[in-house]
Write a protein of this length. Structure first.
Length: 236
């Protein structure tokens, strides 16, 4: 099949090649993932959001869709683990990793497709929120290792924290339009978070219809974000 840039040690990017960036404190991490095989009903998807609150506490919310189940969990993160996560992002220059260009073609083709990305939000000077995104649909080993470590640290945050809320519902994994139904030939940029139940998806939690914008930037009209799967915010 030949040699791909991903496999060539000489072509791997280095942190020393990146332009240094100065940012304020990390205030949010949004992590999203999806995987699809050729077999119908094999798709899974989900996301995690880590948010540093003004009082110093850290809240983690997760949505996972697989095997006909949608599960939502909300945690108060363990304090030490949350600080460890914040330190890792800064010391390993994950913001600068967003400067790295995607792997050039060709890509190795397989019968399995997976995608993941992490967005870091920093509170810079003047309370300007700055985002840096690592897209692992075509990323290098350096970025993949960083994303893997961040996910491990998020699990440590929930494992040492406190479960605040938990919900679970079911959906038809063979229903057209769901993440589990989709195969490789049906994937697109907007497939993330499509494994939610299709019932009651036309109004927000407040019962008032109308468009709304998710934290990931997606414009929506239904109960869930069509890009990341996060629920529509409640009206206050």
């Amino acid at each position: 099949m030949g040699e791909y840039a991903f496999d060539d040690p000489k072509k791997q990017p280095k942190l020393s090649d990146l332009v240094p960036e100065e940012h304020g404190p990390l205030v949010k991490i949004y992590s999203s993932y999806s995987s699809h095989g050729m077999q119908m009903g094999s798709g899974t998807s989900g996301n995690e959001t880590v948010t540093w609150q003004e009082d110093g506490s850290v809240i983690i919310e997760s949505n996972d869709h697989r095997d006909g189940k949608e599960k939502y969990e909300k945690y108060l993160a363990g304090k030490d683990a949350a600080e460890k996560l914040r330190t890792f992002v800064k010391e390993n220059r994950l913001a600068e990793m967003a400067q790295i260009e995607k792997i050039p073609f060709p890509y190795a083709m397989t019968d399995y497709s997976s995608s993941s990305h992490i967005t870091f939000t920093f509170d810079d000077e003047g309370h300007v929120l700055t985002e840096r995104k690592l897209d692992c649909s075509s990323c290098w080993i350096l970025q993949q290792d960083a994303i893997r470590k961040v996910r491990e640290l998020i699990k440590e945050c929930t494992g040492t924290g406190k479960l605040l809320e938990e919900k679970e519902s079911s959906y038809d994994i063979y229903a057209p339009g769901t993440a589990s139904f989709m195969g490789m030939g049906m994937l697109g940029n907007g497939f993330m978070g499509m494994g939610m139940p299709k019932t009651d998806n036309t109004a927000g939690d407040s019962g008032t219809p109308g468009p709304w914008k998710c934290g990931c930037g997606q414009e929506n009209t239904g109960k869930f974000c069509t890009n990341c799967g996060n629920p529509r915010p409640k009206m206050v």
